[in-house]
Design a protein around this ligand. Structure first.
Ligand code: PEP
Length: 252
């Protein structure tokens, strides 16, 4: 069976007190309910060390929301991958649509960030997804294929042991609008095919592909029941323990 993963993308939310309060309660719930899915939280940089320390005896893992592509140097305000691993953060989200759209992170830059993460043996949750216009113009499959090719196809097959893909149609993020389970499955199957064509069936069939975009406890079970959907990247609903746990336990 492929890994099942539910990751909460906290974005620019929760100070250290709020974050600690959330993860203390979450850790209790996770210990009690023992979910099938791996559980990941992603505090902002400044709160990572505190949350890692709080969760050291729990099964919850901690990821960063971004990393710089450079090892070190004159890059004011940035964070390097080795700085993350030095505080026990072994995973990072890259290519989120907010990073692509608001901060202009393009495919070439993301490919370098992926390399920086891998040089430090981090796992990468790599986000891809089309804009509404692109779907309306029936270009969504091509857009997603291109994001994968340009961001990841320079890698060798073995690197995919440390990759999780997250399909997030941009029109469904934070909008309350969700891709239907059928739309999600259709795209996830396409993604797996793209990986299969380049790297072969073994890599493709092992690769976890998460869905993201207004997942809630009420729709998680149905979306996650689809064959190629291996979990979710969760924004808004990750900020409340009850909602997040409703999603985390959807595979149980
Ligand atoms: C996200 O930001 O990755 C996301 C999926 O957000 P939301 O669940 O709020 O749509």
């Amino acid at each position: 069976m492929r890994r099942k993963i539910v990751a909460g993308n906290w974005k620019l939310n929760l100070d250290i007190n709020q974050g600690l309060e959330l993860v203390k309660e979450l850790a209790k719930e996770v210990a009690e309910k023992n979910p099938v899915a791996e559980v990941v939280v992603t505090p902002s940089f400044v709160n990572l060390a505190g949350i890692v320390a709080e969760l050291k005896d729990s099964k919850i893992e901690v990821a960063a929301q971004n990393v710089n592509e450079n090892k070190n140097g004159a890059f004011t305000g940035e964070v390097a991958a080795n700085m993350l691993t030095a505080i026990g953060v072994e995973k990072v989200i890259l290519g989120h649509s907010e990073r692509r759209a608001i901060y202009g992170e393009d495919d070439a830059l993301l490919a370098k960030k992926v390399d920086a993460a891998f040089e430090n043996n981090m796992e990468v949750i790599f986000c891809i997804g089309e804009q509404l216009e692109e779907r309306k113009e029936n270009r969504h499959f091509d857009v997603v294929s291109e994001q994968i090719e340009k961001g990841l196809f320079h890698l060798e097959a073995k690197a995919f042991d440390k990759i999780v893909l997250a399909y997030e149609p941009v029109w469904a993020i934070g909008t309350g609008e969700t891709a239907s389970p059928e739309q999600a499955q259709e795209m996830h199957a396409h993604i797996r095919k793209v990986i299969d064509t380049k790297y072969g069936v073994e890599v493709a069939s092992k690769l976890p592909i998460l869905y993201g975009g207004s997942v809630k406890p009420a729709n998680a079970k149905e979306i996650f029941s689809k064959e190629d959907v291996d979990g979710g990247l969760i924004g808004g609903a990750a900020l409340k323990v009850e909602d997040f746990m409703g999603i985390v336990t959807a595979f149980n």
